[in-house]
Design a protein around this ligand. Structure first.
Ligand code: AKG
Ligand code: FE2
Length: 403
């Protein structure tokens, strides 16, 4: 186990620590900006070559890329994938499925397509005991689209892995609760990009015995939870997603911003190309404002959506990692949040993520005759339950429910 840093420190008259760092006393850090960790464990740590580095290089702005969702080519029954698994266990009705018995290194192109569709339907899929290397994981995700390179977060020290985003914390730095709020940590990865990522994997290579869980929240379930008129209103809106704060944070931490920060306008409700389901597409991490409405209205609507993402457990699943666990999420229809409760343990994970299509609004999706659907209503229909819109809500009076 990593040595526990002492937390004793004396304060100057202005309240700042006199000796912030000495004898292993931890530096605090803001997990958004991932400043470099100390190199103290390099001699003994077996994954030192995957610790984050921040290369001083600059890339051109991204241009539009052709992407076709692999889930569109999948057998909706997913027979090739499911027949290879020993167990497929849904974790909540809204989101999350754990598959056992699959080796991600062995998937056929057909199984990869079915996995993409399953991830698109369930939001996030978990697999344990995966020996897949990070280069093999990148290859798997190339099947789903051109790989994304992050403009600011760490990449592995080992050369040739610029498409990998590194998640890393250890005893040398302690999350700084004054630097971020729990709600801000909820995000959809790099949603400010023109073509934000789709089917995304994170593999944990080193982690704490307990703690360090990750939570995901379903954008489909969030959409389904609202009344029909509010759903229609949301479908008409567009919002600004911004990379500026992340780039500013990276610069403040002394890193090069490898690609100029951008701001992009995306629909507030997007339709998944393979499922055809509507999903709320805003997140506290990067969505700044709704365009074309008064600021007070934008603030109130985003506040409602952000709080439902972070506060409503019916939309969420929480995963406890073990080394070699892989989570694969559809970044278009979910948000996620890490926990930072595991200090002083080391937690180290590697992410591979492809670009998806430009987010499709309901109006764009339906322009050519298709009809976008509410996931919950579709699932109820399949089980023989059909609710007229007017009967869905408003029939019961609010009451306390405590025991
Ligand atoms: O550390 C985690 O659990 C999640 C980190 C994260 O948000 C990501 O890799 O996209
Ligand atoms: Fe993320």
């Amino acid at each position: 186990m990593a040595p526990v840093a002492t937390t004793e420190q004396t304060l100057q008259s202005n309240g700042t620590p006199k000796k912030a760092v000495s004898n292993g006393i931890a530096k605090v850090f803001n997990p958004f900006y991932s400043p470099p960790a100390s190199d103290e464990n390099d001699g003994t740590y077996k994954f030192a070559h995957y610790k984050p580095s921040f290369p001083d290089i600059v890339w051109a702005p991204l241009e539009e890329q052709e992407v076709t969702d692999r889930g569109l080519s999948a057998d909706p029954e997913k027979n090739a994938l499911f027949s290879a698994a020993t167990k497929v266990q849904h974790l909540t009705p809204a989101i999350g499925t754990e598959i056992t018995g699959i080796d991600l290194r062995q998937l056929s192109p057909q199984q990869k397509d079915e996995l993409a569709l399953l991830v698109g339907e369930r939001g996030v899929v978990f697999l344990r005991n995966q020996d897949i290397s990070i280069r093999e994981l990148l290859d798997l995700h190339r099947h789903y689209g051109p790989l994304h390179k992050h403009a600011t977060t760490g990449v592995p020290r080992e050369p040739g892995l610029e498409e990998v985003h590194v998640v890393y914390s250890d005893a040398s730095r302690r999350p700084d609760p004054s630097a971020f709020s729990k709600i801000e940590l909820w995000h959809s990865d790099v949603s400010y990009e023109l073509q934000p990522p789709s089917t995304t994997s994170l593999k944990l290579i080193e982690g704490p015995p307990y703690g360090g869980d990750t939570l995901w929240s379903s954008g489909y379930a969030l959409f389904s939870s609202f009344s029909p008129l509010f759903q229609k209103y949301l479908e008409s809106l567009y919002a600004v997603h911004s990379a500026v704060a992340q780039a500013d944070g990276a610069r403040a931490a002394g890193h090069t911003v490898r690609r100029e920060a951008i701001e992009t306008i995306h629909p507030v409700v997007r339709v998944h190309p393979a499922t055809g389901w509507k999903s709320v597409y805003v997140n506290p991490g990067f969505t700044r404002r709704i365009v074309g409405v008064p600021k007070a209205e934008s603030d109130a609507v985003l506040n409602l959506l952000f709080h439902q993402i972070s506060d409503n457990p019916d939309f969420q699943v929480r995963f406890h990692w073990e080394p070699n666990s892989v989570a694969i999420w559809d970044n278009r229809v979910t948000t996620h949040s890490a926990t930072f409760d595991f200090y002083p343990h080391t937690r180290h994970a590697l992410r591979a993520t492809p670009h998806g299509e430009k987010p499709t609004s309901v109006e764009e999706y339906e322009r050519h005759g298709k009809v976008a659907k509410d996931r919950q209503l579709e699932i109820w229909k399949q089980t023989g339950i059909s609710l007229p819109e007017s009967a869905q809500l408003g029939k019961s009076t609010p009451r306390g429910y405590n025991d």
